[in-house]
Design a protein around this ligand. Structure first.
Ligand SMILES: C[S@@+](CC[C@H](N)C(=O)[O-])C[C@H]1O[C@@H](n2cnc3c(N)ncnc32)[C@H](O)[C@@H]1O
Length: 274
Protein backbone atom coordinates (compact mmCIF):
# COMPACT_ATOMS: atom_id res chain seq x y z
CA UNK A 1 0.00 0.00 0.00
CA UNK A 2 1.20 3.49 -0.89
CA UNK A 3 1.18 5.41 2.41
CA UNK A 4 3.98 7.84 3.30
CA UNK A 5 2.36 9.47 6.32
CA UNK A 6 3.78 9.33 9.85
CA UNK A 7 2.79 10.62 13.31
CA UNK A 8 4.34 13.69 14.95
CA UNK A 9 3.48 12.13 18.30
CA UNK A 10 6.13 9.46 18.78
CA UNK A 11 4.04 7.61 21.35
CA UNK A 12 1.78 6.55 18.46
CA UNK A 13 3.08 3.95 16.02
CA UNK A 14 2.22 4.45 12.36
CA UNK A 15 0.56 1.47 10.70
CA UNK A 16 -0.99 1.80 7.26
CA UNK A 17 -3.35 -1.16 7.70
CA UNK A 18 -5.24 -2.89 10.52
CA UNK A 19 -3.28 -5.22 12.80
CA UNK A 20 -4.53 -7.69 15.44
CA UNK A 21 -4.76 -6.28 18.97
CA UNK A 22 -2.83 -7.64 21.97
CA UNK A 23 -2.86 -11.38 22.56
CA UNK A 24 -5.79 -12.69 24.59
CA UNK A 25 -6.94 -16.11 25.63
CA UNK A 26 -10.40 -16.04 24.06
CA UNK A 27 -12.26 -17.57 21.13
CA UNK A 28 -13.03 -14.09 19.81
CA UNK A 29 -9.34 -13.20 19.73
CA UNK A 30 -8.45 -16.52 18.07
CA UNK A 31 -11.01 -15.74 15.37
CA UNK A 32 -9.46 -12.30 14.75
CA UNK A 33 -6.01 -13.88 14.30
CA UNK A 34 -7.43 -16.63 12.10
CA UNK A 35 -9.14 -14.01 9.92
CA UNK A 36 -5.92 -12.02 9.58
CA UNK A 37 -4.18 -15.19 8.39
CA UNK A 38 -6.82 -16.25 5.90
CA UNK A 39 -7.43 -15.31 2.30
CA UNK A 40 -10.80 -14.43 0.78
CA UNK A 41 -11.83 -16.99 -1.78
CA UNK A 42 -12.94 -14.56 -4.49
CA UNK A 43 -10.58 -14.70 -7.45
CA UNK A 44 -11.46 -13.31 -10.83
CA UNK A 45 -9.95 -14.36 -14.13
CA UNK A 46 -10.52 -11.04 -15.90
CA UNK A 47 -8.00 -9.60 -18.37
CA UNK A 48 -6.82 -6.11 -17.40
CA UNK A 49 -10.01 -4.52 -16.04
CA UNK A 50 -13.10 -5.94 -14.36
CA UNK A 51 -16.66 -5.47 -15.54
CA UNK A 52 -19.93 -6.85 -14.19
CA UNK A 53 -21.37 -9.44 -14.68
CA UNK A 54 -18.24 -11.28 -15.86
CA UNK A 55 -15.98 -10.42 -12.92
CA UNK A 56 -16.61 -12.89 -10.08
CA UNK A 57 -15.45 -10.35 -7.46
CA UNK A 58 -18.08 -7.87 -8.64
CA UNK A 59 -20.64 -10.68 -8.64
CA UNK A 60 -19.97 -11.17 -4.93
CA UNK A 61 -20.35 -7.46 -4.31
CA UNK A 62 -23.70 -7.68 -6.20
CA UNK A 63 -23.05 -4.44 -8.10
CA UNK A 64 -20.29 -2.18 -9.32
CA UNK A 65 -18.43 -0.88 -6.26
CA UNK A 66 -16.82 2.07 -8.00
CA UNK A 67 -17.63 4.16 -11.07
CA UNK A 68 -15.44 6.43 -13.18
CA UNK A 69 -15.73 10.04 -12.07
CA UNK A 70 -17.47 12.47 -14.45
CA UNK A 71 -14.69 15.02 -13.98
CA UNK A 72 -11.62 12.75 -14.07
CA UNK A 73 -11.54 9.53 -16.08
CA UNK A 74 -8.64 8.23 -13.96
CA UNK A 75 -10.60 8.53 -10.74
CA UNK A 76 -12.82 5.71 -9.49
CA UNK A 77 -15.50 6.94 -7.08
CA UNK A 78 -17.79 5.02 -4.76
CA UNK A 79 -20.98 3.99 -6.55
CA UNK A 80 -23.74 6.39 -5.39
CA UNK A 81 -25.94 3.46 -4.28
CA UNK A 82 -23.30 2.61 -1.69
CA UNK A 83 -23.47 6.01 -0.01
CA UNK A 84 -26.65 5.12 1.82
CA UNK A 85 -26.54 3.86 5.41
CA UNK A 86 -28.52 0.78 4.44
CA UNK A 87 -26.21 -0.32 1.59
CA UNK A 88 -26.06 -3.94 2.68
CA UNK A 89 -24.09 -5.82 0.05
CA UNK A 90 -20.39 -5.93 0.90
CA UNK A 91 -17.70 -4.07 -1.00
CA UNK A 92 -15.16 -6.70 -2.02
CA UNK A 93 -12.18 -5.52 -4.05
CA UNK A 94 -10.09 -7.60 -6.41
CA UNK A 95 -7.14 -9.09 -4.59
CA UNK A 96 -3.71 -10.73 -4.85
CA UNK A 97 -5.18 -13.89 -6.38
CA UNK A 98 -7.04 -12.09 -9.18
CA UNK A 99 -5.65 -11.94 -12.70
CA UNK A 100 -6.80 -8.37 -13.47
CA UNK A 101 -4.14 -5.67 -13.51
CA UNK A 102 -3.34 -2.93 -11.00
CA UNK A 103 -5.48 -0.41 -12.93
CA UNK A 104 -8.64 -2.45 -12.50
CA UNK A 105 -11.44 -0.18 -11.27
CA UNK A 106 -12.20 -2.59 -8.47
CA UNK A 107 -8.92 -1.76 -6.70
CA UNK A 108 -9.30 1.54 -4.89
CA UNK A 109 -8.91 1.31 -1.10
CA UNK A 110 -5.91 -1.01 -1.47
CA UNK A 111 -4.01 1.81 -3.22
CA UNK A 112 -3.76 3.83 -0.02
CA UNK A 113 -4.80 7.25 1.26
CA UNK A 114 -5.02 10.51 -0.67
CA UNK A 115 -1.69 12.31 -0.68
CA UNK A 116 -3.28 15.74 -0.09
CA UNK A 117 -4.22 15.00 3.53
CA UNK A 118 -2.64 16.76 6.49
CA UNK A 119 -3.15 16.90 10.24
CA UNK A 120 -3.75 20.26 11.93
CA UNK A 121 -5.09 21.80 15.10
CA UNK A 122 -8.83 22.50 14.92
CA UNK A 123 -10.09 26.07 15.25
CA UNK A 124 -11.69 25.01 18.50
CA UNK A 125 -8.66 23.55 20.24
CA UNK A 126 -10.84 21.52 22.62
CA UNK A 127 -11.52 19.25 19.65
CA UNK A 128 -7.79 18.56 19.38
CA UNK A 129 -6.18 17.65 16.09
CA UNK A 130 -8.18 17.12 12.93
CA UNK A 131 -7.69 15.77 9.42
CA UNK A 132 -7.66 18.26 6.53
CA UNK A 133 -6.96 18.27 2.79
CA UNK A 134 -4.88 20.58 0.60
CA UNK A 135 -6.83 19.95 -2.62
CA UNK A 136 -10.43 19.59 -3.74
CA UNK A 137 -11.76 16.10 -3.02
CA UNK A 138 -14.58 15.16 -5.42
CA UNK A 139 -17.67 13.41 -4.04
CA UNK A 140 -17.24 9.64 -3.91
CA UNK A 141 -13.43 9.74 -3.64
CA UNK A 142 -11.70 7.33 -1.27
CA UNK A 143 -9.97 9.49 1.35
CA UNK A 144 -8.21 7.07 3.70
CA UNK A 145 -8.76 4.10 5.96
CA UNK A 146 -9.51 4.36 9.65
CA UNK A 147 -6.92 1.72 10.56
CA UNK A 148 -5.79 0.52 13.94
CA UNK A 149 -5.69 -2.49 16.20
CA UNK A 150 -8.59 -4.89 15.68
CA UNK A 151 -9.60 -5.78 19.22
CA UNK A 152 -12.18 -7.96 20.95
CA UNK A 153 -15.37 -6.61 22.49
CA UNK A 154 -13.96 -7.28 25.98
CA UNK A 155 -10.81 -5.31 25.17
CA UNK A 156 -12.92 -2.50 23.63
CA UNK A 157 -14.95 -2.26 26.85
CA UNK A 158 -11.81 -2.16 29.03
CA UNK A 159 -10.24 0.55 26.87
CA UNK A 160 -13.45 2.58 26.65
CA UNK A 161 -13.88 2.54 30.44
CA UNK A 162 -10.24 3.55 30.87
CA UNK A 163 -10.71 6.47 28.46
CA UNK A 164 -13.85 7.65 30.28
CA UNK A 165 -12.29 7.37 33.77
CA UNK A 166 -9.15 9.20 32.67
CA UNK A 167 -10.88 11.81 30.50
CA UNK A 168 -8.90 10.62 27.48
CA UNK A 169 -9.98 10.83 23.87
CA UNK A 170 -11.72 7.78 22.51
CA UNK A 171 -10.53 6.37 19.20
CA UNK A 172 -12.39 3.03 19.23
CA UNK A 173 -14.81 2.63 16.34
CA UNK A 174 -17.32 -0.20 16.41
CA UNK A 175 -18.52 -1.33 13.00
CA UNK A 176 -21.85 -3.18 12.98
CA UNK A 177 -22.58 -5.24 9.89
CA UNK A 178 -26.05 -6.73 9.51
CA UNK A 179 -26.48 -9.88 7.45
CA UNK A 180 -29.44 -12.29 7.64
CA UNK A 181 -30.43 -10.96 11.10
CA UNK A 182 -26.89 -11.56 12.37
CA UNK A 183 -24.87 -8.55 13.51
CA UNK A 184 -21.11 -8.83 13.20
CA UNK A 185 -19.10 -6.31 15.17
CA UNK A 186 -15.55 -5.20 14.37
CA UNK A 187 -13.73 -3.00 16.87
CA UNK A 188 -10.89 -0.87 15.53
CA UNK A 189 -8.73 1.16 17.90
CA UNK A 190 -6.08 3.47 16.36
CA UNK A 191 -5.19 5.15 19.68
CA UNK A 192 -1.67 3.67 20.02
CA UNK A 193 -1.20 2.06 16.60
CA UNK A 194 -3.01 3.79 13.79
CA UNK A 195 -2.86 5.53 10.44
CA UNK A 196 -3.68 9.09 9.29
CA UNK A 197 -7.42 8.31 9.59
CA UNK A 198 -7.18 8.39 13.41
CA UNK A 199 -7.29 12.20 13.26
CA UNK A 200 -10.71 12.36 11.58
CA UNK A 201 -13.16 14.03 13.95
CA UNK A 202 -16.89 13.55 14.32
CA UNK A 203 -19.47 15.85 12.77
CA UNK A 204 -23.27 15.76 12.98
CA UNK A 205 -23.20 17.01 9.36
CA UNK A 206 -20.15 15.17 7.98
CA UNK A 207 -18.52 15.22 4.54
CA UNK A 208 -17.46 11.54 4.62
CA UNK A 209 -18.86 8.14 5.51
CA UNK A 210 -17.28 4.91 6.66
CA UNK A 211 -17.77 2.00 4.29
CA UNK A 212 -16.57 -1.53 5.15
CA UNK A 213 -14.34 -2.73 2.31
CA UNK A 214 -12.68 -6.14 2.08
CA UNK A 215 -9.40 -6.82 0.29
CA UNK A 216 -7.67 -10.19 0.60
CA UNK A 217 -8.86 -10.98 4.16
CA UNK A 218 -12.31 -11.21 5.80
CA UNK A 219 -11.59 -8.37 8.22
CA UNK A 220 -13.19 -5.20 6.83
CA UNK A 221 -11.20 -2.07 6.26
CA UNK A 222 -13.05 1.02 7.54
CA UNK A 223 -12.80 3.13 4.41
CA UNK A 224 -13.65 6.85 4.46
CA UNK A 225 -15.29 8.16 1.28
CA UNK A 226 -16.32 11.76 0.52
CA UNK A 227 -20.10 12.21 0.41
CA UNK A 228 -19.84 15.71 -1.08
CA UNK A 229 -17.23 17.74 -2.93
CA UNK A 230 -14.75 18.87 -0.27
CA UNK A 231 -12.94 22.21 -0.67
CA UNK A 232 -9.25 22.66 0.18
CA UNK A 233 -8.47 23.17 3.88
CA UNK A 234 -11.83 21.80 4.95
CA UNK A 235 -11.87 19.39 7.86
CA UNK A 236 -12.54 15.74 6.93
CA UNK A 237 -15.28 14.40 9.22
CA UNK A 238 -17.60 11.45 9.59
CA UNK A 239 -20.45 10.56 11.92
CA UNK A 240 -19.14 8.42 14.78
CA UNK A 241 -22.64 7.11 15.35
CA UNK A 242 -23.87 3.72 14.29
CA UNK A 243 -27.13 1.85 14.66
CA UNK A 244 -26.28 0.99 18.28
CA UNK A 245 -25.30 4.49 19.36
CA UNK A 246 -27.41 5.59 22.26
CA UNK A 247 -28.82 8.93 23.20
CA UNK A 248 -28.33 8.57 26.94
CA UNK A 249 -28.49 11.87 28.77
CA UNK A 250 -25.11 13.27 29.81
CA UNK A 251 -25.94 12.81 33.49
CA UNK A 252 -25.99 9.02 33.03
CA UNK A 253 -22.90 8.70 30.91
CA UNK A 254 -20.00 11.10 30.85
CA UNK A 255 -20.38 12.08 27.23
CA UNK A 256 -18.23 14.41 25.19
CA UNK A 257 -19.78 17.70 24.15
CA UNK A 258 -19.84 17.92 20.35
CA UNK A 259 -17.92 20.84 18.89
CA UNK A 260 -18.74 20.19 15.22
CA UNK A 261 -20.31 23.65 15.02
CA UNK A 262 -22.85 22.69 12.34
CA UNK A 263 -26.54 23.62 12.25
CA UNK A 264 -27.37 19.90 12.62
CA UNK A 265 -25.30 19.47 15.82
CA UNK A 266 -26.97 17.16 18.34
CA UNK A 267 -24.89 18.55 21.20
CA UNK A 268 -22.99 15.38 22.16
CA UNK A 269 -20.71 12.87 20.49
CA UNK A 270 -22.50 9.58 19.77
CA UNK A 271 -21.91 7.15 22.62
CA UNK A 272 -21.39 3.58 21.51
CA UNK A 273 -22.60 0.83 23.83
CA UNK A 274 -20.49 -2.21 23.04
C1 LIG B 1 -10.61 9.61 16.68
S1 LIG B 1 -10.17 10.93 17.71
C2 LIG B 1 -10.06 12.26 16.58
C3 LIG B 1 -8.72 12.96 16.63
C4 LIG B 1 -8.50 13.76 17.87
N1 LIG B 1 -9.21 15.03 17.79
C5 LIG B 1 -7.03 14.01 18.20
O1 LIG B 1 -6.66 15.11 18.59
O2 LIG B 1 -6.24 13.06 18.07
C6 LIG B 1 -11.67 11.14 18.57
C7 LIG B 1 -11.64 12.16 19.69
O3 LIG B 1 -11.55 13.49 19.17
C8 LIG B 1 -12.43 14.36 19.86
N2 LIG B 1 -13.50 14.78 18.94
C9 LIG B 1 -13.78 14.26 17.74
N3 LIG B 1 -14.82 14.88 17.18
C10 LIG B 1 -15.22 15.80 18.05
C11 LIG B 1 -16.29 16.75 18.06
N4 LIG B 1 -17.13 16.88 17.05
N5 LIG B 1 -16.43 17.52 19.16
C12 LIG B 1 -15.60 17.41 20.21
N6 LIG B 1 -14.57 16.54 20.25
C13 LIG B 1 -14.39 15.75 19.20
C14 LIG B 1 -13.01 13.57 21.00
O4 LIG B 1 -12.20 13.77 22.14
C15 LIG B 1 -12.92 12.15 20.51
O5 LIG B 1 -12.85 11.23 21.59
Amino acid sequence: MNDDFSHHDHTVMYISENVPGPSENSLEYNKIVEDFNSQLTNKCNCDHVCEPPICSCLQQSESRNYVVSDSDKNLFCLNETRMKDDAISPVIECNDLCSCDANCGNRVVQKGPLKCLYVGMCTNENKGLGLFCNNVIPKGTFVCEYAGEVITKAQANIRQQHNILNGEMNYIFCLNEHSNDVITQTFVDPSKLGNIGRYANHSCDPNCIIVPVRVNIPIPKLALFATSNISPHTEITFNYGSSNSTDLVPAIVDRTKCLCNTSKCKGWLPYQMF
